[in-house]
Design a protein around this ligand. Structure first.
Ligand code: CP
Ligand code: NVA
Length: 305
């Protein structure tokens, strides 16, 4: 594996191997026998806010022997309009890898192609692969297996996190039911590629019934702030709360965070399931270290000059 650009681009074997290594990373934290990033410098180039992703990558790169270099996109020439392909060709000559949080998925792909160094998607408008890898690990460590899994995603069914869930269901072969208002459902072409694993409804109770996992994300993703009032109105009723939990009383409640209590989840449910939710956040560190280790074992990608 040379890059992590999306869940779409992973094979089911890649995911199985990442989850296997995540378990080892977690159990050997503080006691790693090899440092695959020793002597390397990895940039974090972020155009959007972040707490978990930034901290887990900065800590993770250090724990594997490397040096992280945080670059807010607004502080470098990228923020003043320098093309991504020029930024990539400069950075590719100095860095050992890049971890990018931005808007367009094509920017991450272009950076990867032009830099020639391993590139990791730390969230785009289309996917959040690191999040879903940590989530799959969290489910596996709690349930023991992903076999027979049924996940209900409640809320913005067309956001980056939901889209990565769709690809995960397709690759891993579990059942995903998305409950979302009609205008916030994933496009049909995406569902068509999910091997029949994903269904969509406007009925939260129907989605939740029999689910092993109830999952939600913010109603207003980064970059959508100007739609806030419209979204808050559209998503009324698409909340994980004690009433929805009646449909799946034993379900794991999961949230990628940050959480907005009273919107996509109520405070009581959030706090009752906080152990799972914050373990999800912690598992970002272990899963991303597994990805970095796999990439370090790969080779430098081809450069477009
Ligand atoms: N879940 C997640 O990616 O959180 P941050 O936006 O804080 O990185
Ligand atoms: N869908 C959210 C995820 C935050 C981690 C966003 O893009 O803001």
């Amino acid at each position: 594996m040379n890059n992590l650009l999306s869940i779409e681009s992973l094979s089911s074997n890649d995911i199985i191997e990442i989850l296997r290594r995540t378990k080892v990373m977690k159990s050997t934290r503080g006691n790693h026998s090899d440092l695959p990033l020793k002597g390397q410098c990895w940039a974090l180039i972020f155009s959007k806010s972040s707490t978990r992703t930034r901290v887990s990558f900065e800590v993770g790169v250090r724990e594997l022997g490397g040096d992280p270099l945080f670059l807010a996109a607004a502080d470098i020439q990228l923020g003043r309009g320098e093309p991504i392909k020029d930024t990539a060709r400069v950075m590719g000559r100095m860095l050992d890898g890049a971890i990018i949080r931005t808007f367009a998925q094509s920017d991450v792909e272009e950076f990867s192609a032009f830099s020639g160094v391993p590139t990791i998607n730390a969230l785009t408008d289309e996917e959040h692969p690191c999040q879903i890898l940590a989530d799959l690990f969290t489910i596996q460590e709690t349930r023991g297996t992903l076999d027979g899994l049924r996940v209900a995603f409640i809320g913005d069914g067309d956001c980056n996190v939901a889209r990565s869930w769709i690809w995960a269901a397709a690759r891993c072969g579990f059942e995903l039911v998305i409950a979302a208002p009609t205008k916030f459902q994933p496009p049909q072409h995406l569902l068509d590629q999910a091997d029949g694993r994903v269904t969509v409804t406007t009925d939260c109770a129907k989605a939740a019934r029999g689910a092993h996992v109830l999952y939600t994300d913010v109603w207003v993703s980064m970059g959508k702030e100007d739609e806030e009032a419209y979204r808050l109105a559209q998503f009324q009723g698409y909340q994980i709360n004690s009433s929805l939990l009646h449909e799946a009383p034993k379900a794991l409640v999961m949230h990628c965070l940050p959480a907005y209590r009273g919107k996509e989840i109520d405070d009581q449910t959030f706090e009752a399931h906080s152990e799972t939710i914050f373990r999800q956040a912690e598992n970002r560190l272990h899963a991303q270290k597994a990805v970095l280790q796999m990439i370090a074992a790969g080779r430098k990608t081809d450069v477009i000059s």
